[in-house]
Design a protein around this ligand. Sequence first.
Ligand SMILES: [Zn+2]
Length: 101
Amino acid sequence: MRKRINRKRVLREIVSTMESALSGGQRTDEAQRRVELARRLSMKSRVRIPRNLKHFVCHGCKGALIPGVTATFRIRPRRETHTAATCLRCGHINRRPLRKA
Ligand SMILES: [Zn+2]
């Protein structure tokens, strides 16, 4: 039985699935489906979703965080400067510190 998975290929598939989910315009149900697909693929293959894309998945409901559609993104200067993405489906606030360039 061949169980070796091609991580590079899977990663590319995850990235393209995530990107198509986030650039899908107003079709939130389709975006939702693709994010779920990418997550399932990621877990099954144990290939991580890249950090920059993972930020667009809600920690609360695992839904797609599409700026202005399913989430609001704000940059907050309090404490450490961070982005706060509020999920409009479940209300969870996804915070991520901003790195200095
Ligand atoms: Zn959520």
